[in-house]
Design a protein around this ligand. Structure first.
Ligand SMILES: [Zn+2]
Length: 323
């Protein structure tokens, strides 16, 4: 297993216990002044992460905000990690076409791969903080040459693959719509080993059958409960996980909340939470896996060994290999 790169430096895989494989801090929302945001983020996030560590044996998460313009704030992540004594793994790469910076839309495979490789070796956004994972996002345009932006998104996935070969970093994705297989195929056609790839948003894939090609070729499927930005049918998400466990894919499933703590939502978080006295269901927090998901899986007969595999073993195996 390779060492895990966190915002505070490399750690040995054995130091990581449960790891949430796809979350966000997203500290700086667009069009906001940054004054006070770091303090607010620390006040909200540090107690949650301390509780994860002390109560639930979870001491790591992957921060999947992969571009600075979407709110990646590495120095705040480092402050959060230091205060909460929590391993935070940052990411680099690209997000959906509509949310991508203008310069990336004209960039070549080589230019992007060189940039991301440099970030992996020297640090991102003017800091010495290096990514522990590469992130890509797309809809169905990745697999359909007839759709707008196919060529650009294809270029970006090729650049991710080239960066993987240069750095050894694993790849995680956001798939809008049933794009998990075309994303996986784009990466494996460029030589990325299947076990270095986690395709995200199983909840967008529509059915078990849409996920089987990725699983049968050895990749990971990542389930997001989408805590921070819109509600998802909880039971459908749980049933999908259980169906895949029953078919023997326990070793290839990753499960996370996909919380988007955003300074842009801070007023909502404060007033709505304050008004009801508890966090509303659509605004779940990082503890959701432990307060809702694991108890429901246990009720459905998922064994302690399977729970351990899902939450202790799989995230580390995807992040650290061997592939
Ligand atoms: Zn996400």
């Amino acid at each position: 297993m390779r060492a895990l790169e966190t915002v505070l430096g490399s750690v040995a895989p054995e130091e990581v216990r449960i790891c949430l494989p796809h979350e966000h801090f997203n500290v700086h929302g667009p069009n906001e002044a940054s004054i006070g945001i770091r303090d607010h983020a620390l006040a909200v996030l540090v107690p949650q992460l301390e509780e994860l560590r002390e109560r639930y044996d979870c001491n790591a998460l992957v921060e999947c905000t992969s571009v600075a313009s979407n709110g990646r704030d590495l120095e705040t992540y480092a402050a959060i990690a230091r205060q909460a004594r929590f391993h935070v793994i940052a990411s680099t790469g690209f997000f959906l076409y509509e949310r991508t910076s203008w310069w990336m839309k004209d960039a070549s495979v080589q230019e992007l791969a060189e940039r991301w490789t440099r970030e992996a070796r020297q640090g991102m956004d003017g800091t010495g903080i290096r990514p522990g994972v590469l992130k890509g996002a797309s809809g169905m345009e990745i697999g359909d040459p007839g759709r707008p932006h196919h060529a650009e998104v294809r270029t970006w996935f090729e650049a991710l693959a080239r960066t993987h070969h240069a750095t050894g970093l694993p790849i995680t994705t956001h798939a809008s719509g049933p794009a998990s297989w075309p994303q996986f195929a784009a990466l494996t056609e460029c030589g990325v080993p299947p076990r270095a790839i986690a395709v995200g948003h199983a909840d967008f894939q529509g059915s078990v059958e849409n996920l089987l090609p990725v699983l049968d070729h050895g990749g990971y499927v990542l389930h997001n409960f989408c805590g921070g930005f819109q509600p998802r049918p909880f039971d459908a998400a749980i049933q999908l996980i259980k169906a895949l466990i029953d078919r023997g894919y326990t070793n290839q499933l990753l499960i996370s909340v996909d919380v988007v703590y955003s300074a842009g939502r801070r007023c909502d978080m404060l007033t709505r939470t304050g008004a009801t006295g508890e966090t509303p269901p659509w605004l779940r927090d990082y503890r959701h896996i432990f307060t809702h998901v694991i108890p429901r899986l246990e009720e459905m007969g998922v064994t302690p060994a399977q729970i351990r595999q899902l939450f202790h073993c799989n995230p580390k195996a995807h992040l650290c290999g061997p592939w």
